[in-house]
Design a protein around this ligand. Structure first.
Ligand code: ADP
Length: 255
C-alpha cells in the first residue's frame, strides 16, 4: 500500500529544510538544512541528544509547523503553497501522531477519543463510533470502549492514542518517544503493536527515541546533532562519515 499516493511519490520529502525560532529577539537555529525522504511503509527511528532538533523535525514532517527555509512536501503537496486550512486538511488526511504523554481527552471515553479526528471528515456519529470501535478492537481494546483514560493503564492509554492516530488511515505515523512513559513490559508491547501495524497496514512509522534498543529495531536510523542529520542508515556513507567510522579505507576495498 502507498497510502493513496501514486507509485514513486515519497510520503514526505524534506529538502534542505531549516527552522529558526525567535526567542526574545534572539534567533535559535533548531534545524539547519535537513534533507530526508520518508517512503510509504518505511520504519525509521530518529535518534540524537536532547536539543538536537528531533521534536522540531517531527513537527515539520507532520505539518504542525512550517520550515523557515528549504522545501517540505507532504503527500505530494508543497507545504509552502498551502493556506493554514489546506495544511490542516492535509495533516488530517495524511499524518497520525502519537506522543509520549498520550494527550487523550480525560473526561471522554476511549471510543469518543478515537472517533474525534473523524469529526473533521464530516462523518456521521454512528459511522464514527463504528470505525473507532473497530480500530480499538484492532489495538486489543475492544472491551474498553467506554472507559475513560483514568480508568485505563498507561499501556492501554497509549493504545487508545495509537488507535486515534490510525483511525483516519494515514500514510505516516509520527511517534515522539511513544514508550517514554511506559514500563518495560508495556513499552515493548506498544512497540510490537506499532511494528505490527507498520507491517500489516503499510503505514510508515517514524519514531523519535532516546533508547538505542528501540532504535535498533527500526529498519532505518537517522542520527541528529545540532540541527543536522549526521547519519542516515538508508544513505550510502559519505567520505566524512566513512572517516568518522574508522578513518581507513575499507579492508580489501569492498564497500
Ligand atoms: P530535541 O527534540 O532533539 O530535544 P528540539 O527540537 O526540541 O530538540 O529543540 C532543538 C533546539 O531548538 C533546542 O536548542 C531548543 O532549545 C530550541 N527550541 C525548541 N523549541 C523552541 C521554541 N519554541 N522557541 C525557541 N527555541 C526552541
Amino acid at each position: 500500500m502507498t497510502g493513496g499516493l501514486p507509485a514513486g511519490v515519497p510520503a514526505i520529502e524534506a529538502v534542505d529544510v531549516s527552522r529558526t525560532y525567535q526567542l526574545d529577539g534572539v534567533s535559535v537555529p533548531a534545524l539547519r538544512g535537513v534533507t530526508l525522504t520518508v517512503d510509504p511503509g518505511d520504519y525509521l527511528a530518529v535518534i540524537g541528544p536532547s536539543g538536537s532538533g528531533k521534536s522540531t523535525l517531527m513537527h515539520l514532517l507532520g505539518g504542525l509547523d512550517r520550515p523557515t527555509g528549504g522545501r517540505l512536501v507532504i503527500g505530494g503537496r508543497d507545504v509552502g503553497s498551502l493556506t493554514p486550512p489546506e495544511l490542516a486538511t492535509l495533516r488530517n488526511r495524511t499524518i497520525g501522531f502519537v506522543f509520549q504523554a498520550f494527550h487523550l481527552l480525560s473526561r471522554t471515553s476511549a471510543v469518543d477519543n478515537v472517533a474525534l479526528p473523524l469529526v473533521y471528515r464530516g462523518m456521521g456519529a454512528r459511522q464514527r463510533r463504528e470505525r473507532a470501535a473497530a480500530m480499538l478492537g484492532r489495538v486489543g481494546l475492544g472491551h474498553r470502549l467506554d472507559h475513560r483514560p483514568n480508568q485505563l493503564s498507561g499501556g492501554e492509554q497509549q493504545r487508545v492514542a495509537i488507535a486515534r492516530a490510525l483511525v483516519t488511515d494515514p500514510t505516516v505515523l509520527l511517534a515522539d518517544e511513544p514508550t517514554g512513559n511506559l514500563d518495560t513490559v508495556n513499552g515493548q508491547a506498544v512497540l510490537a503493536l506499532l511494528e505490527e501495524l507498520n507491517t500489516e497496514s503499510g503505514v510508515a512509522l517514524v519514531l523519535v527515541t532516546h533508547d538505542n534498543e528501540v532504535a535498533g529495531r527500526a529498519r532505518r536510523r537517522i542520527a541528529m546533532r545540532d540541527g543536522v542529520v549526521v547519519s542516515d542508515s538508508a544513505a550510502p556513507p559519505g567520505p566524512a562519515e566513512a572517516a568518522a567510522a574508522g578513518g581507513a579505507e575499507p579492508v580489501g576495498g569492498v564497500r
